[in-house]
Design a protein around this ligand. Structure first.
Ligand code: SAH
Length: 386
């Protein structure tokens, strides 16, 4: 095992509990795709890490101890992760949630989700991918009741991004349950699956009263999962807006899975800024507006970035919001802190009176590294506008 001597700044980060190793902290660096022992300048052992460059960082601290990445190691890691999720396992109304979450479960670069009887592995770098056989073997020991698994490749360099990886194959699309609501999902069609599991607490709040009796506008709706939750929670009507043509049929599948009649539920394939103009022209207005843009997006006309442009989503939303209306403002941008996000929202509200009712971050199945705020990337404010 190679030894990596850290300078004092990086050693301090490790001692603080940071797991992500970043390129800017290592000079003259050429090691990649291997396990290393971390030492400080006095040659004290600090921990075991693996190096592999990925979109964020060049590697991850795995443990403060000397560890070997064999099947027993992964069985132990996965078993501890399973124990943390007993509440989800015992909840008969929910069959899809995260089983293993990167650094929150002490192994950055890997996440595993449960979708009904199937597992979905996401590999974020080539080193963790090289361990897939031993990880999947360990997983099968810890979750013998699951029927099979799929994988998503979330790093560059392979010729495929999605595949079946063990056991039985799942149907092309099937239904999962979340808080008693049905969603149609697919595990082998690109990187997406039909639902973003990290938003389940936001969907629960919509089911549990936030949407009751309200007209709801769901911007960047993808498969309209928020609209489904709102409809199940008694919304009077919903409008879902997404640029992607495919969003329409995928959204319809979620509505049908819950026997919801589409009469009061509109699906619009449109740019959100065009929709704001369209709604204003027609005098349309809403009681609840949900904003959940991608961190960064480029279309034919423009680019959208959370740091630069979120305030425009807010100021436009306010113009078509009914009196005493509510805005749910979400971002999953890990490079934007809670404070920066709130500043951006403030810029959008300007002089308009508003009250923050709630901030949600990642739910308990999406475990985070408490020592590193960046790992809690989700930020969802519920805001009452007066
Ligand atoms: N809110 C969704 C997830 C949104 S993912 C959910 O809870 O499931 C981001 C979505 O934004 C994608 O479906 C993408 O097609 C859409 N999108 C990106 N730019 C857009 C734009 N300018 N106007 C409308 N939709 C856009």
């Amino acid at each position: 095992m190679n030894k990596l001597i850290l300078d004092d700044l990086v050693a301090r980060k490790i001692n603080q509990g940071i797991q992500l190793l970043q390129g800017q902290d290592f000079k003259n660096f050429s090691l990649n795709d291997q396990v290393v022992g971390l030492y400080n300048s006095k040659q004290d052992f600090l921990g075991t890490a693996y190096l592999s460059s990925q979109n964020k960082g060049i590697g991850w601290l795995i443990s403060r101890d000397q560890v070997h990445l064999d099947e027993d190691f992964f069985i132990d890691l996965l078993t501890r992760a399973r124990q943390k999720r007993q509440a989800y396992e015992n909840d008969e109304l929910t069959t899809a949630y995260r089983l293993f979450n990167q650094e929150g479960d002490h192994l950055g670069g890997l996440s595993i989700d449960r979708y009904g009887s199937y597992a979905l592995f996401s590999w974020y770098n080539s080193y963790i991918y090289s361990l897939r056989d031993v990880i999947i073997a360990a997983f099968k020991q810890v979750y013998p009741e699951l029927l099979g698994g799929y994988e998503k490749i979330r790093f560059k360099g392979l010729t495929y991004e999605s595949a079946h990886c063990y056991g039985q194959e799942a149907p092309d699309t099937f239904t999962i349950l979340e808080n008693g609501v049905h969603y149609r999902v697919f595990l082998d069609d690109g990187l997406m699956t039909g639902i973003f599991l990290d938003q389940h607490e936001v969907r629960l709040s919509l089911i549990n009263g936030l949407a009751l009796g309200k007209s709801v506008l769901n911007m960047f709706s993808y498969t309209a999962a928020f609209s489904i939750a709102a409809a199940m929670g008694g919304a009077s009507d919903t409008t879902s807006v997404d640029l992607a043509k495919r969003s329409r049929e995928l959204s319809r599948a979620h509505f049908e899975a819950n026997s919801l009649d589409l009469t009061h539920h509109q699906l619009m394939v449109m740019d959100v800024f065009d929709y704001y103009r369209y709604a204003k022209r027609r005098g349309l207005s809403y009681d609840l507006i949900i904003l959940d843009p991608p961190s960064f997006a480029r279309n034919k006309k423009q680019t959208f970035s959370v740091v630069k442009d979120y305030h425009k989503l807010i100021s436009q939303a306010v113009e078509i919001l009914n009196p005493e209306g509510t805005i749910i403002a979400s971002t999953n941008a890990s490079n934007v802190s809670v404070e920066q996000f709130q500043q951006e929202l403030e810029k959008g509200f300007g002089r308009i009176k508003h009250r923050y009712l709630d901030l949600k971050q990642l739910p308990a199945d999406f475990t985070v590294n408490k020592a590193d705020k960046r790992s809690n990337y989700l930020k969802v404010y519920t805001i009452k506008v007066e």
